[in-house]
Ligand binder design. Structure first.
Ligand code: HEM
Length: 570
């Protein structure tokens, strides 16, 4: 088993305290990654006298909510008639098997074979969650408004980004925000970002060359994340962040935030079950308490508010507030004639943060998995290199969508390692879910549709859906890019995703707004790196996908890392 101390890590820059550079507000923390509160202080609010009533109030609210939910769920609930896995414990239900297994899918893919595409699993504290990978059912949920983001996710979004985020807006407000933002994410607009992407790819090459780790086993994941994030932040904020040079790295600050949120392990699982019962007003008060970790969140808000507002002020001074930039588009949305129209100036940073965060780990992890599979498949790597070099040497502008091997490979990466394997939802009304094929209940009855009650917790099981043999073939559990090079992409005609039946970017009204930007960013980085360098897996490779909200590469010792052997390609 490799020890971490033995691999050089492809660090984008210097020390943690150097993460934020001169482009940030001068009063910004010396080191935002170090919580400012004394770490020895108890973190729980009831530890000091003034918080005691607050803690008991919170406990009462949560207990009441859990009991009411439990009682409602028992009433004539068709979901309970379905077969599903036994829960190893009441406290954690099946959640540790689902989200905490060393290799993501260890249990889930077996359940898919045993219980089919619609089955209940147990959440924490007796909750029932419905796992759905049936294509008809998914299509229904993606194109209707019967479900919304689950309450815990909504609260996390409000806390991380702010209250007007695209993620949690619904109906006419959601459609309005998409109308304002869609043009910036269109194919023609994303093409104008190519120079920034090429520049980031070139700087990544130089960074690796200057670190001189060729021939060694190196954890390349940090620099891959930083390079992709440099692109996203520069395109959104029109300011070079130079994360690769060790200056401002929003990616690293965001990583600390996400790690704080997702690294709570078993406690985090329980919190997820409890948070929905905390009313918004109480949640807002809790966010004001001196809880360690919230300092980093406040600093992140301060930095992103400041960067956005400075950019806006510069645009105003230059009379450019309605230009084609992202912030320009938001600033010119000033028609407040209807309740759902317009974007208030104070909310512009909310949308910037939503994009920065949404594009961060998703892009970085997808890129990391691409480099992992390139290292794993030497022959395929050689063909990919040939294609990339031929395109570079053609002397013409590269159309990355026209590189057949690269695109087949990336679609397979997105299928095999969907950045979001589980999308959390909650039913906001009673409805009847259509199913593409009958499901057999515990009593042996065959049903072709399933009544769902308002309040039902649901997982859109995207990773399971991507492993369904009926769509992807008998070899659905194999990584095989050539499936995307057949006459028609797999699942074409099912009317599911934006390419074949792929749901890595979801579909319907909530389809990932940034998928073109993400694809081009990854295409440019992968083809630049594979043209220049050769990659191989170390002999003791133990990398596996692990669930940390997204699918993160982790080594056998549980560390987030992607160790590969890098050398100059012939
Ligand atoms: C490979 C990279 C990416 C993947 C796999 C990905 C995947 C997804 C998925 C699955 C969703 C739906 C989440 C849900 O509803 O539960 C989503 C939504 C979203 N993504 Fe991405 N994403 C990627 C990159 C990006 C980038 C680069 C941006 C922006 C810069 C972005 C912005 C968003 C936004 C704003 C939403 C919410 C859309 C809405 O609700 O209307 N994503 N993404």
């Amino acid at each position: 088993m490799p020890s971490h101390a033995s691999w050089p890590v492809s660090r984008p820059g210097k020390r943690a305290s150097d993460l934020l550079s001169s482009s940030l507000p001068p009063d910004f923390l010396e080191d935002p990654l170090v919580p400012r509160e004394n770490a020895k202080k108890p973190w729980y609010p009831c530890a000091s006298a003034p918080f005691t009533p607050m803690f008991f109030l919170l406990a009462l609210v949560v207990l009441g909510g859990l009991l009411a939910r439990f009682w409602r769920a028992r009433r004539n609930n068709a979901v309970l008639s379905l077969r599903g896995p036994e829960a190893p414990s009441f406290v954690f239900g099946n959640m540790l098997q689902l989200q905490g297994s060393a290799t993501y899918g260890e249990h889930e893919y077996k359940w898919l074979e045993e219980f089919g595409t619609v089955y209940p699993v147990k959440g924490c504290l007796g909750q029932t969650r419905l796992m759905i990978s049936d294509p008809e059912a998914l299509k229904y949920l993606l194109h209707n408004q019967s479900v919304s983001w689950a309450s815990t996710q909504q609260k996390s979004v409000k806390m991380l980004f702010g209250y007007d985020s695209l993620f949690i807006s619904r109906g006419t407000r959601h459609a309005h925000l998409r109308r304002i933002m869609n043009p910036w994410f269109s194919a023609s607009s994303v093409r104008t970002m190519l120079p920034i992407m090429r520049d980031a790819a070139q700087r990544l090459v130089e960074n690796w060359e200057s670190q001189g780790f060729f021939g060694k086993t190196v954890d390349i994941s940090p620099t891959l994340h930083t390079a992709s994030m440099d692109v996203i932040s520069e395109t959104l904020l029109e300011t070079p962040m130079h994360g690769l040079e060790g200056k401002t790295s929003l990616s690293q600050i965001q990583n600390v935030l996400i790690d704080n949120l997702s690294g709570a392990g078993n406690v985090g699982q329980l919190m997820e079950a409890v948070i929905p019962y905390i009313p918004d007003w109480l949640f807002k008060i809790l966010l004001r308490l001196p809880i360690p970790g919230l300092g980093t969140l406040k600093d992140y808000h301060r930095v992103t508010d400041d960067l956005t507002m400075k950019l806006l002020a510069a645009k105003r001074a230059a009379g450019e507030t309605s230009d084609r930039s992202f912030v320009g588009k938001l600033a010119s949305a000033n028609d407040f004639s209807r309740p759902w129209t317009g974007i208030k100036e104070k909310d512009i940073p909310v949308h910037v943060r939503s994009m920065l965060m949404a594009g961060d780990r998703t892009t970085g992890d997808t890129l990391s998995w691409a480099m992992y599979q390139i290292a794993r498949l030497p022959e395929f790597q050689a063909s990919l290199r040939k294609e990339a070099r031929a395109a570079q040497m053609s002397g013409e502008e590269i159309d990355y969508d026209k590189l057949p091997l690269l695109n087949a490979f990336l679609y397979e990466i997105l299928r095999y390692y969907p950045a979001l394997p589980l999308a959390d939802r909650i039913a906001v009304e009673d409805f009847v879910l259509p199913l593409s094929k009958p499901v057999i209940t515990k009593s042996g009855a065959s049903i072709t549709q399933l009544p769902i009650q308002k309040g039902q917790d649901i997982y859109l099981a995207l990773a399971s859906y991507h492993r369904m043999k009926s769509i992807w073939g008998e070899d659905a559990h194999e990584f095989r890019p050539s499936r995307w090079m057949e006459a028609e992409p797999p699942g074409n005609g099912l009317g599911m995703g934006q390419h074949g039946a792929l749901l890595a970017f979801l579909a319907g009204h909530g389809i990932c707004i940034g998928y073109r930007l993400a694809m081009l960013n990854i295409q440019v980085l992968v083809s630049t790196l594979v043209a220049k360098f050769a990659f191989a897996l170390p002999e003791d490779d133990s990398v596996r996908p692990s669930f940390v909200i997204t699918l993160v590469p982790k080594t056998g010792d549980g560390k987030s890392a992607l160790p590969v052997v890098v050398s100059m390609a012939d």
